[in-house]
Design a protein around this ligand. Structure first.
Ligand SMILES: NC(=O)c1ccc[n+]([C@@H]2O[C@H](COP(=O)([O-])OP(=O)(O)OC[C@H]3O[C@@H](n4cnc5c(N)ncnc54)[C@H](O)[C@@H]3O)[C@@H](O)[C@H]2O)c1
Length: 379
């Protein structure tokens, strides 16, 4: 049996660098080649990481050694690059959004199934240690029956942070034009949706829409008026209701709060692989105290009455080193999903991020993004 999965990156842009941060933690991943239609970018990646680069996509497609193509191209290219890989008999992992057209997404999934290939895609943050810890608390009944979740994917007013000056380790700029033309709905809704569906299962009914609330987002000389805010309420088949927000105008908040009969659980940052899970159990004394400004408004009052959520004890033991997560503000492990898919190929089992899951996240992303706040909602 094979002990490694040979992979190739297609797209050597900004994010490819993030994928390299944790590569050393996954011995089954063997990155053998990279390609970018911009040869200079592929060459820069190659020089920095000492991985061979190809001049054409065909070199990757015709290399019988390569098992898995990791599609890190711009969203507009996702469909074609993934499709070509499947046609060449390669398994595929794609960055989000999976495609920009749900029919194309379905076509790719069908094609993979017919060819006996595996396909999966980002976001994968919910495969993190923090997510497993959150799940363990839910299963342990810490807050009783979960009823409601608030899932925030607010990334802060990026246009005010000088994003035109951001560069990755090998000098590739953050793609301002692409990110701000597509908008935060297509770029980020997938994060909130994937956590919601991972935690509470498939969505039965939903309502949601997007808007441009700040049409004057200026970066350098350019002004962008793309989608910058989305909101949705999802009714999961499990009965839980989750409200998700996603945007680049409100202050940064990537927290998840799950409310149950007995209290609530909180994970402060869905992009932090090792985010601790906190809990607060409801008591009459506590809830009453929280309504009194002279108690809830003071540090001592909050402490004495236990109004701040407390860290849950670790139920999950993890071999994942914590130190890497602190470096470069990068606390999300982009390779969790690629590793999941590589294990699925190696051990001939379905990936945890299943094709059905990818399809549901993609469908909701596109629909919530395409519906405008203020329009008559037709479901
Ligand atoms: N930038 C981020 O912070 C970030 C974070 C998470 C996920 N992502 C996702 O990762 C993907 C890539 O984002 P990025 O920031 O690296 O963008 P980028 O524009 O920096 O890089 C994309 C690269 O893909 C190449 N490319 C485009 N079409 C191609 C094709 N047909 N064949 C070969 N190469 C092609 C481009 O030349 C470019 O170098 C996107 O789907 C994005 O949503 C980005």
């Amino acid at each position: 049996m094979k002990s490694k999965i040979k992979i190739a990156f297609v797209g050597c842009g900004f994010v490819s660098d993030y994928y390299m941060r944790t590569m050393a933690h996954y011995p089954i991943l063997d990155l053998v080649a990279v390609y970018d239609q911009d040869v200079e970018r592929a060459a820069r990646f190659s020089k920095y990481y000492h991985i061979p680069f190809c001049h054409t996509y065909e070199e990757i497609l015709h290399n019988p050694e390569i098992d898995l193509v990791v599609n890190l191209t711009t969203p507009q290219s996702h469909y074609l690059v993934s499709r070509q890989a499947l046609l060449a008999g390669k398994n595929v992992y794609s960055e989000k959004p999976f495609t920009l057209d749900q029919d194309q997404s379905e076509e790719l999934i069908l094609m993979a199934r017919e060819k006996g290939l595996r396909i999966s895609g980002a976001p994968c943050a919910f495969l993190s240690t923090g997510a497993r810890q959150l799940m363990a608390e839910l299963h342990a009944g810490t807050i009783g029956q979960p009823r409601l979740a608030h899932i925030e994917m607010e990334d802060g007013p990026i246009h005010l942070m000088g994003p035109d000056k951001w560069k990755n380790n090998f000098g590739i700029p953050w793609p301002v034009e692409s990110e701000f033309t597509l908008g935060s709905g297509l770029e980020h809704l997938g994060y909130a949706l994937s956590w919601a569906i991972f935690l509470f299962g498939s969505v039965e009914r939903w309502m949601g829409a997007s808007s441009c609330v700040l049409p004057s987002k200026k970066i350098g000389a350019e002004v962008f008026s793309s989608i910058d805010y989305s909101v949705a309420v999802l009714k999961h088949r499990s009965g839980v209701v989750s409200r998700i927000t996603c945007g680049i105008v409100a202050p940064k908040d990537r927290g998840i709060t799950i409310v149950g009969d007995k209290g609530y659980l909180r994970l402060d940052d869905m992009w932090d692989n090792n985010a601790p899970v906190k809990k607060l159990i409801f008591t009459e004394r506590r809830l009453k105290a929280d309504r009194k400004a002279y108690i809830a408004g003071t540090w001592l009052g909050r402490r004495l009455f236990g109004l701040n959520p407390k860290k849950c004890k670790n139920r999950i033991s993890t071999g994942q080193p914590k130190k890497w997560a602190q470096s470069n503000n990068m606390k999300m492990d982009y390779l969790l999903g690629v590793h999941d898919l590589a294990e699925a190929i190696l051990y001939d089992r379905p990936p945890q991020i299943s094709p059905e899951f990818v399809l549901e996240v993609n469908a909701l992303t596109l629909q919530i993004n395409n519906q405008r706040i203020g329009d008559e909602i037709v479901y």
